[in-house]
Design a protein around this ligand. Structure first.
Ligand SMILES: Nc1ncnc2c1ncn2[C@@H]1O[C@H](COP(=O)(O)OP(=O)(O)O)[C@@H](O)[C@H]1O
Ligand SMILES: N[C@@H](CC(=O)OP(=O)(O)O)C(=O)O
Length: 449
């Protein structure tokens, strides 16, 4: 017979079914944690694995606290503003959820010790930085698991680095290694079979395979934790809950008229993330694509909104442009040479060095403060997209400095000056997504399909 854990019925035969990942903005306070608990319980038919990021802006605050600790001296660590903000937020959250302070007490003590250690050594390595930021996820998950248990929903907290998330030792931007999948599956599945409880897993974190130290997966890495778990356990769906209605037609901070993109392929989503859309971690689509597990991007502030569904394939016949992405502050190398053949490997070196080397064989211009505008869409309509894009940019008086349509089947990139980039995004968005009237060329192209 099924045993009931809060609203969630857990029977012996039930398997874990979905991953629900909640980002920092979704769990930024006690009130938000209550709402997230409510969201999880609103799907009683699901057996979720929950992945959490650090509360609110905790990761940024930890990084700043670490930087300040390097130069402030041991005695003044207790005065670091960011450390006090972190401490106050977590203590307040625990109190408001009526949990014992012991839930995070040891963590806060250790964190203070660590900041003092950094102050004493006057040094902050990448390895120590990863250990430092890991406290964010370690605390949010402990609080949330304790809260679920308190309201009668059986939950179990896991630190990703203890359950088989094995990574490279690239601190700050580690890659997940293959061994992770069977290890994580064995641990989460084994525990679930033995003693069902909702797993609450730290996002963003892993364990370096050589060093054995805590690593992080790059900013926004909790998305990757979620998709890795989805693939490891072969789950039905991976849900990433954010503070926007899904993947949007452009960054809403750049242009607020952005609207939700209802469907995307893994390829489109990966390209979008890779070219700078903050909404998804650049590597996060890989496990989902490999495991062929749908990813749903949802808004924890507006759960009724349908969100974005990302799958292997979608109907592309009527698709022209899907989304516009901006990557600012890029450096462009303009190389003119007839002697480049066979000169491989040069880009692997440092930029200054690359320029120095290239100057021996070419005329080189280093152009800084440029921006890449990526047009993610149907490349079968690339002529149409580019024709329209150039029309719009010409009208706005913008000079496109380079254009590229790489091997990817879903992306065309334009390089413009940084100072003109936002204005370009706005003009392109208006033309592609807001003007109802199709140009003659578009009509023709769509009729031919
Ligand atoms: N194309 C886009 N679609 C949706 N959000 C975007 C896009 N580009 C940038 N963003 C930004 O990404 C944010 C969500 O990503 P992120 O902060 O990583 O969420 P979370 O921390 O909840 O995982 C949004 O609040 C929005 O400001
Ligand atoms: N907390 C980490 C990892 C993460 O994924 O966060 P978020 O889901 O809030 O983007 C970061 O800020 O990078």
């Amino acid at each position: 017979a099924a045993e009931t854990l809060g609203g969630i019925g857990v029977g012996g035969g039930d398997q874990l079914s979905v991953v629900m990942k909640f980002g920092g903005s979704s769990v930024s306070s006690a009130a938000r944690m209550r709402e997230v608990a409510g969201l999880i319980l609103a799907f009683p038919e699901e057996r979720p694995v929950v992945v959490l990021s650090a509360m609110g802006k905790t990761t940024n605050l930890l990084l700043l606290a670490g930087e300040k600790a390097v130069g402030c001296g041991v005695i003044r660590v207790s005065e670091i503003e960011e450390w006090n903000l972190i401490k106050d937020l977590h203590i307040k959250t625990v109190e408001e959820l009526a949990l014992p302070r012991s839930v995070i007490h040891t963590m806060l003590d250790e964190l203070e010790q660590l900041l003092k250690g950094i102050a004493m050594m006057k040094e902050l390595t990448l390895r120590t930085t990863d250990y430092l930021v890991s406290f964010g996820e370690c605390m949010s998950t402990r609080i949330f698991a304790a809260y679920l248990n308190k309201i009668g929903v059986k939950a179990r907290q896991y630190d990703a680095f203890d359950i088989g998330f094995i990574t490279t030792d690239d601190f700050g931007n580690a890659d997940i290694l293959e061994a992770t999948y069977p290890a994580v599956a064995k641990r989460l599945h084994g525990d679930w079979i033995r003693d069902p409880a909702i797993p609450i897993v730290t996002g963003f974190l892993g364990k370096g395979w050589k060093s054995g130290a805590v690593t992080t997966l790059g900013r926004g890495g909790s998305d990757l934790t979620a998709t890795t778990i989805g693939k490891a356990l072969g789950l039905r769906e991976i849900q990433v809950w954010k503070d926007v209605d899904g993947v949007l037609t452009c960054d809403p901070n750049i242009y607020p008229n952005a609207t939700t993109v209802p469907y995307l392929t893994f390829e489109e989503a990966a390209e979008l993330a890779y070219f700078g859309a903050q909404v998804l971690h650049p590597q996060s689509m890989r496990p989902a694509r490999e495991g062929d597990i749908p990813v749903r991007v949802k808004n924890s502030y507006n759960p009724k909104a349908p969100g974005t569904l990302i799958t292997k394939q979608r109907e592309m016949d009527k698709v022209v442009l899907t989304s516009i992405v901006l990557k600012s502050n890029v450096t462009m190398l303009d190389i003119v040479s007839t002697r480049m053949l066979g000169q491989f490997g040069f880009l692997a070196k440092e930029l200054d060095h690359v320029v120095e080397e290239l100057e021996k064989i070419a005329v080189v211009h280093l152009l800084q403060q440029r921006a890449i505008i990526s047009l993610i869409g149907n490349v079968r309509r690339s002529s149409l997209i580019l024709e329209k894009a150039f029309q719009v940019l010409r009208k706005s008086g913008v000079n496109v400095q380079m254009i590229s349509q790489g091997a990817s089947k879903v992306n065309m990139s334009l390089i413009v000056h940084d100072s003109e980039a936002k204005q370009c995004i706005k003009a392109l968005h208006q033309a592609f997504f807001e003007d109802d009237v199709l140009t003659e060329v578009e009509e023709e192209a769509l009729h031919m399909s």
